[in-house]
Ligand binder design. Structure first.
Ligand code: ZN
Length: 306
């Protein structure tokens, strides 16, 4: 039983339209689902991924309009890592992100930048053989497109406290951290020393990272977490996948989510993310909800129409 790398990363935005412009516009991802927060249907939950809405490429945002900017600190993910094919791809993104006004820091095989609300991303030349998870975008040739997550890095003042849990979840040691590698994909997880200032959850910070489980192993992962001393939630049906949540000992909120049924559960692949999807319980409130959430414009649709 192995976790199949990162399933998704969920972060917080205060500004849905800017968020869509950046992730579906500048970064060239596909908005694969536009829905509402299951715990508060007056605000958006936006999902961006590859063309098929695959786990392993899916970054999602809760919109909290007016949320104050946060900052990553001890026990929080501070950087989201993505794979790129080549040095040419790094140069492409250095240029494109720079043109979009981002401050880009180039390393030997990486570039780092922050989204408009301060969430840090790192694009890395990847040598792993996992299938590249790519979205179609008219301005981003597929040779240079983002290929899905490489992994995340978190701040921890006591990384050793997490060892037992990570080993129980069958993470292996990799580089300066850990890797969850399954049959199809792997994802990295590593710790850095925390900054002096404490973290503040808010806009531009990661809320949780989800690891991918095969459909039929999800319950067993929950039992494993309990064996390792964790306190997982019951299995929650998120409609596009099933989830459990628990805080790992370094303080980072983990989720384990099933690989299916996926984003085509309630709309066809061709039109993913175009209309507001509502969980079945909220469908009867559609008129009311559509009256509350602000309409958002998808830059990708605009670019396609030329
Ligand atoms: Zn999640």
């Amino acid at each position: 039983m192995k976790l199949e790398g990162v399933h998704h990363v969920t972060a917080i935005t205060a500004k849905a339209q800017e968020n869509v412009d950046f992730y579906a516009g500048t970064l060239g991802l596909r908005m694969v689902k536009k829905t509402v927060n299951q715990d508060d249907p007056s605000v958006y939950h936006l999902f961006y991924a590859d063309e098929r809405g695959s786990a392993g490429s899916d970054i999602t945002f809760f919109e909290y309009p007016g949320a104050a900017p946060g900052r990553a600190g001890d026990g929080m993910v501070h950087t989201v890592g993505w794979r790129l094919a080549s040095a040419d791809a790094l140069s492409f993104w250095e240029q494109r992100l720079g043109d979009a006004g981002a401050a880009v820091e180039r390393g030997e095989a990486t570039i780092r930048f922050s989204d408009p609300e301060g969430l840090t991303h790192e694009l890395r030349i990847s040598t792993v053989e996992d299938q590249p998870l790519i979205a179609d975008h008219p301005e981003v040739p597929k040779e240079v497109a983002l290929q899905g997550f490489d992994g995340v890095r978190a701040f921890s003042s006591r990384p050793d406290a997490s060892t037992k849990l990570l080993e129980t979840l069958d993470f292996g040691r990799s580089g300066d951290g850990w890797e969850a590698r399954g049959d199809g994909r792997g994802g990295l997880y590593a710790y850095d020393d925390p900054p002096g200032e404490r973290g503040i959850p808010g806009a531009g910070t990661v809320h949780h990272v989800a690891w991918a489980s095969q459909m039929d192993e999800h319950e067993q992962w929950r039992e494993r977490v309990i064996e390792a001393g964790g306190q997982p939630t019951p299995v929650i049906d998120r409609f596009y996948f099933r989830s459990i949540y628990f805080r790992e000992p370094s303080g980072v909120l983990f989720e384990i989510a099933t690989l299916g049924p996926g984003f085509t559960a309630d709309e066809p692949l061709e039109t993913l993310g175009e209309k507001l999807s509502l969980p079945p319980d909220y469908e009867r409130l559609r008129d009311q909800i559509e009256g509350i959430v602000k309409p958002i414009r998808n830059p990708r649709a605009t670019a396609r129409q030329g």
